[in-house]
Design a protein around this ligand. Sequence first.
Ligand SMILES: *Cc1c(COP(=O)(O)O)cnc(C)c1O
Length: 233
Amino acid sequence: MTIKQNVTQIQQRIQYYTAQAQRQQSAVKLLAVSKTKTVEDIYQAYQAGQTTFGENYVQEGIDKIAYFQQQNIELEWHFIGPLQSNKTRLVAEHFDWMQTLDRIKIADRLNEQRPYYKAPLNVLIQINISDENSKSGITPNDMLALATHIQNLPHLRLRGLMAIPAPTDDLQQQEQAFNAMNSLFIALQQALPEAQIDTLSMGMTDDMASAIKCGSTMVRIGTAIFGAREYHK
Ligand SMILES: *Cc1c(COP(=O)(O)O)cnc(C)c1O
């Protein structure tokens, strides 16, 4: 199958799982995760109608962003990797979304460094929902304090939550983590009724069905679109 066909097939699977969960047809967006993949690969996905892409490495991401700007192709770019504080400026200047926000210090830097002529940077708070080995994400208990802080930063727009649960084939365990995320998402919406909290980013190639069943509004799919990755970093 080509990348173009893969995008179409994933869109169909999203529709299927969304219908099964009796959710609205447009409830779940597809983020194509293009880390380690070429601009030619991304272009093929674009030809299938895909316009939102996720990148994990800052420099690789901004090279691709620059390439498509030169081609006059307008895409939406999400930063989804771990971010060191010395690289916040590049994310603030070039990306549309930052999905892995888990520290006040990073939030403050992104807010200061977001160019005034651009729309506020959309951000998601990353929650460490089940992965004890991961250093990324905050605990559920810390969510509201960070959310309230972000609400006061004019150049950031808090849109919701993101999680990367510990990988497991056990559907019950998958659903446990995703249901916990959905409860936090609802709690956040209730705590900040004025904010535009509309995004719950969860679900990857191997667990997208459970994620959609449990309320995901954005699945982040790499392998099922672009094939396996060869790591060069
Ligand atoms: C790589 C990555 C994905 C995509 O994973 P696949 O299993 O290839 O679909 C999604 N989210 C994040 C944060 C990633 O780093």
